[in-house]
Write a protein that binds this ligand. Structure first.
Ligand SMILES: [Zn+2]
Length: 341
């Protein structure tokens, strides 16, 4: 069998990008069909397949890359034709097209993996002979074209949950800028299914149906809150309780005064800090210029005076800000009283 030049690491990265939490800390085995002996799935006619114990069936093929149990998928990298399972020595397909096809198959198989209750089946107690037997059964199943069974719907294994997961994964791939073909993505016509686009459209409508009432509710809450705010304002504006009105006016006057004071202190504080900074620079300059000690001392004193004044102003400002906080609380209390009937 001719090996392909496909970068399977890239396909694994795609899977981990779209399912980062599900696959965190777990090995993911993506096995190219071209590496599998015919008797263990190498004669598969499928684009890909996965089973909950596939990593055990293919342990020898995985070889040194084996890092313990993990979800496993086979993806068919052999030329896409009827010769797939007859002649493995045919010409290689265009690697670019093949890679995109394999990405699609990988996401499809990943959707099957994620649809399981667990990523893989725990087989601690199982006999090795049992694993060989199972792998031969699977190999036989994937080596033969699907036969229509009247009792089994053709889409078996690709029902609503699978389609939802698969399209979700593909949407995440889109968001990550990794474009994966949609054609046959959800198994398609051979399985009695619609085109994946139709499911996407249906999901889009479903999403709107589910979220629209929530959005409407949010809007309702916003409208109600805004109406309540207007109602409160009306009550304040039309309040006739003279005592409360006088108290509110008094507090508001004090607040205006306090804000004015704070603003003055801030301005003064800023210029004081600037003066202190420039005095310090003058001291440095005088030292470098070898000025006499008296002049340097004078400059230092000036800087210290400004620094000390700045400290006093900071403390004054803190007091005024505290007072503003208290007045604002008082004002809120008066407004609450104004709402009482
Ligand atoms: Zn499938």
């Amino acid at each position: 069998m001719k090996p392909t030049t496909i970068d399977f690491g890239k396909i694994e990265r795609l899977c981990r990008t779209v399912a980062p939490i599900d696959l965190a800390g777990v090995p993911l085995y993506i096995v190219p069909q071209s590496r599998i002996p015919a008797q263990f799935g190498g004669k598969s006619v499928c684009d890909g397949f996965t089973t909950p114990s596939l990593d055990l069936y293919l342990r020898d093929v995985i070889g040194p890359a084996w890092q313990g149990r993990g979800p496993c998928m086979v993806i068919n990298d052999l030329p896409d034709s009827d010769e797939k399972h007859v002649d493995h020595d045919v010409e290689q397909p265009d690697p670019d097209y093949l890679e995109l096809d394999l990405c699609r198959t990988a996401l499809h198989e990943l959707a099957h993996i994620l649809e399981r209750p667990k990523l893989y089946r725990d087989r601690k107690e199982v006999e090795p002979q049992r694993i060989i037997f199972e792998s031969l059964v699977i190999s036989h199943a994937v080596s033969n074209e699907k036969v229509d069974e009247p009792t089994v719907p053709p889409f078996q294994g690709h029902e609503a949950d699978f389609i939802r997961i698969a399209l979700h994964l593909r949407h995440r791939a889109d968001m990550a800028g990794m474009l994966v073909p949609l054609y046959n993505f959800c198994a398609g016509r051979l399985y009695g299914l619609s085109h994946a686009n139709r499911y996407r459209e249906a999901l889009g409508t479903h999403h709107t149906e589910v979220t629209a009432p929530l959005l409407a509710r949010l809007q309702g809450i916003r409208d109600t809150m805004s109406a309540a705010e207007s109602a409160r304002r009306r009550l304040w504006d039309t309040c006739t309780d003279r005592a409360l009105l006088a108290r509110r006016a008094e507090i508001n006057d004090m607040l205006t005064e306090a804000h004015k004071k704070a603003s003055e202190i801030r301005d003064e504080l800023q210029s004081c800090r600037e003066r202190a900074k420039s005095d310090r620079a003058d001291v440095e300059w005088a030292k470098r210029a070898d000025r006499d000690r008296k002049q340097i001392e004078e400059l230092q004193n000036r800087a210290m005076q400004n620094e000390s004044k700045a400290k006093d102003l900071e403390s004054d400002l803190a007091k005024v800000e505290k007072r503003i906080g208290k007045l604002e609380r008082d004002e809120r209390e008066v407004r609450e009283l104004m709402l009482e009937p």
